[in-house]
Design a protein around this ligand. Structure first.
Ligand SMILES: [Zn+2]
Length: 504
């Protein structure tokens, strides 16, 4: 509690915030220029306004079965991905997103199919036209040394990463295609089976429930089942020397995977996850999945990613210890994403606020619940004064410099496509929700959150959907409120609690 008060009371410096923001939340990725072909009926992009090459159209994937072997110690895989999909119009050709691994065989409806590759686009020409409405299968056998994808529209590497501590996969928005062929956009969510074989004593973890482990000589096969729909960037494969730790104290079973030798520290640092899930269930509605937990990679990176049912963290979070409010805030943030981002997915990457603003505000709500109203109020004040650059102005910055700093934080509804995870999306994004809460009152506000989480459960939503629910429940016209908060370069005041933007 003392450490908590220290962190919310201190003066944030620009660089400290920047490092924490980047370090905690960013992960890596690359997307590619759109490729089209005259023979392609299904389009090579699903229509995303920020990343037009991502995803594909013409079909709707129902289920992925990913069967994968890796020795872990060497970066090599031999894998087969089986896709069950429904054609949404007649298909003479269609695309998957798949990054540079060597294809050994490709079959559509169990018949060998022709294909061509260009960048991240794999164009498949089935032997026969697939009629609209028909279920079809694609089976691709491939091998090679996966790697991060780092060319394209976003400026960071993402996807498969092999290191001394094992294998990590993390890639938002587009790291999945570095290790399996996929319709890579949250608009095409699907269920998954993972059949993962590694040599003993390595452990292979993935999303959902662990159905079985089968020993075959020196190898162990782990079968994981993700029964609820999942966006591809949330698919997880992590392999390393992990120790599993479980916690059944809450309403949702928790199972964590910590690096061998760090399990005691991990257990202590992540001890509140069951309570977080129960608290969030009480305010957002029933937890959408069967299990939850954390996997901590044996690498000291400082970001976390809300992989579905099994959020990924770097070792730095364990090193920080249980009393670090930064760490507890991130643990709460990733848990809240299971509702906002994972169960309710965005429809277009430009609307990343629906993920990050909500998860950030949820982490503040966790502090309000667990540490009290004063701590919560301090968090709101500190972040408002930081992101508005009021602090910098008060500390001697010129008005011009303060304005420049304030404008480096994106309006949460309009981050640049190459700066999707700008701190403004998180911090001002969370303040949008606090301002809404003050505008409509607690009863309406929490009813809005619960209705939104429930109405779009396992599906996709838009900012317009959230505004419509907010207006319907509150009975207020909120158009100008959301316009100013989401899109204006200048952050609005929050008059109800005396917060005023003195920089603009
Ligand atoms: Zn997040």
């Amino acid at each position: 509690m003392l450490a908590m008060r220290w962190i919310v009371k201190r003066r944030w410096t620009f660089w400290r915030m920047w490092i924490i923001g980047i370090g905690i939340w960013l992960c890596a990725g690359g997307v590619h220029a759109q490729e089209t072909s005259e023979v392609t009926v299904g389009a090579a992009g699903i229509g995303d306004s920020y990343y037009p090459a991502l995803g594909n159209s013409g079909y709707d994937v129902q289920h992925y079965t990913i069967t994968l072997f890796t020795p872990v110690a060497q970066n090599y895989i031999n894998a087969e991905t089986h896709i069950e999909a429904i054609a949404t119009h007649d298909l003479t050709a269609f695309n998957l997103d798949f990054y540079h691994l060597n294809i050994l065989e490709l079959r559509v409806n169990n018949i060998r199919a022709e294909y061509s590759r260009s960048g991240n686009e794999l164009t498949i020409i089935p032997d026969e036209l697939i009629p609209a409405g028909e279920t079809f299968t694609v089976r691709i056998h491939y091998s090679g040394a996966p790697n991060v994808s780092e060319s394209g529209e976003v400026s960071y590497a993402e996807g498969w990463w092999h290191g001394d501590g094992g294998i990590i996969t993390a890639g938002e928005p587009s790291g999945a295609s570095t290790w399996y062929p996929v319709n890579e956009h949250p608009l095409d969510k699907a269920t998954y089976t993972f059949i993962l074989t590694v040599p003993s004593p390595y452990v292979a973890v993935a999303n959902g429930t662990l159905e079985s482990t089968e020993v075959d000589g020196d190898n162990i096969t782990y079968i994981w089942e993700m029964r609820q729909p999942m966006a591809s960037y949330l698919a997880s494969f992590q392999a390393g020397l992990f120790v599993m730790q479980t916690d059944d104290s809450g309403s949702v079973p928790i199972r964590n995977f910590f690096p061998e030798g760090r399990e005691r520290g991990g257990e202590t640092v992540f001890a509140d996850q069951a309570a977080m899930i129960d608290y969030f269930s009480s305010i957002f509605g029933e937890y959408p999945f069967e299990v939850y937990g954390a996997v901590v990679a044996n690498e000291s990176f400082g970001f976390a990613l809300e992989l579905q049912t099994l959020s990924l963290f770097g070792l730095r979070f364990v090193n920080a210890g249980r009393n670090s409010p930064d760490t507890q805030g991130v643990i709460a943030h990733e848990a809240a994403h299971q509702w906002f981002g994972n169960s309710v997915s965005l429809s277009d990457w430009s609307e990343i606020w629906l993920n990050e603003g909500f998860a950030t505000y949820a982490s503040w709500l966790w502090f309000e619940h667990s540490a009290g109203a004063q701590v919560f109020e301090d968090i709101v004040n500190e972040y408002y004064n930081f992101i508005s650059a009021n602090d910098q102005l008060a500390n001697g910055a010129t008005l011009e410099d303060a304005r420049r700093i304030a404008r480096s934080f994106a309006p949460p509804g309009a981050p640049h496509p190459d700066d999707l995870f700008n701190i403004g999306v998180y911090v001002r994004g969370a303040l949008v929700l606090h301002a809404l809460r003050l505008e409509v009152g607690d009863d309406s506000f929490f009813e809005i959150l619960q209705t939104y989480a429930n109405q779009f459960r396992y599906s996709n939503a838009t900012i317009a959907d959230f505004i419509a629910i907010s207006e319907s429940i509150s009975g207020q016209d909120l158009e100008s409120f959301f316009d100013a908060w989401l899109y204006d370069e200048i952050m609005p005041d929050i008059p109800q609690i005396g917060l005023e933007n003195s920089v603009d």
